[in-house]
Write a protein that binds this ligand. Structure first.
Ligand code: GSH
Length: 195
């Protein structure tokens, strides 16, 4: 949209990111679920833009969501913000899942590092532990909702589904690289069906 003076106005919502980052992907999933239009601004890690450095001056990391120029950083905060600003509802995960969620995030990063640095079996073991927690969380939801293979919040896609979903592409790539099944169907039937 052009202003009266003819200059181009910045879109209401912009995401500073890297396409391959699970932290960025989860934000894009949340925006897509809410039907929010946005402009994606691709960053280059070795040459971060001035906009990124001023928007996230402490950590200097992506994603950053800019809403009418106001920067929000940290992917989990951004998803919550998107949910608050938009009327339709993303079910949040019960508080008890918080530690699991963080563990899974840490596990995901460790596997990526492990694959790159060579200690992939150890990293895959840590990831398996995090996934075991998530599988039992899904089993708990199932027992409460009496439904097989639902989402973490029951019927609809919620916060935790988005966060975990942002890793699926990486899980698939890591399975190819390591030759190990990460979301193994026999071990994690519920997580497997979500992926
Ligand atoms: N806790 C942060 C992690 C974000 C993060 O680690 N982003 C990476 C990309 S995957 C990044 O910006 N790396 C650039 C750097 O560390 O300089 C979040 O959830 O947003």
């Amino acid at each position: 949209m052009a202003s009266a003076g003819g200059e181009k106005q910045a879109p209401a919502v912009r995401v500073l990111g890297l396409r391959a980052s699970p932290f960025v992907i989860r934000v894009l999933i949340a925006l897509k679920l809410k039907g929010v239009e946005y402009e994606f601004v691709e960053e280059v890690v070795s040459k971060k833009s001035e906009l990124l450095l001023t928007s996230n001056p402490v950590h200097k990391k992506v994603p950053v969501l800019l809403h009418h120029g106001k920067p929000i950083s940290e992917s989990l905060n951004i998803i919550q913000y998107i949910d608050e600003v938009n009327p339709s509802y993303i079910p949040t995960c019960p508080n008890a899942f918080g530690p699991t969620l963080r563990r899974q995030d840490i596990g995901g990063i460790q596997v990526m590092r492990g694959v790159m640095e060579g200690n992939k079996d150890e990293a895959a073991g840590q990831m398996a532990t995090a996934l075991e927690h998530l599988e039992s969380a899904l089993a708990l939801v199932e027992s409460r909702h009496g439904k097989e293979h639902g989402y973490f919040g029951g019927d609809g896609i919620g916060y935790l589904d988005i966060v975990l979903g942002s890793y699926v592409g990486w899980f698939r790539a890591m399975e190819k690289i390591t030759g190990n099944g990460i979301l193994d169907e026999a071990k994690f039937p519920r997580l497997h069906s979500l992926s």
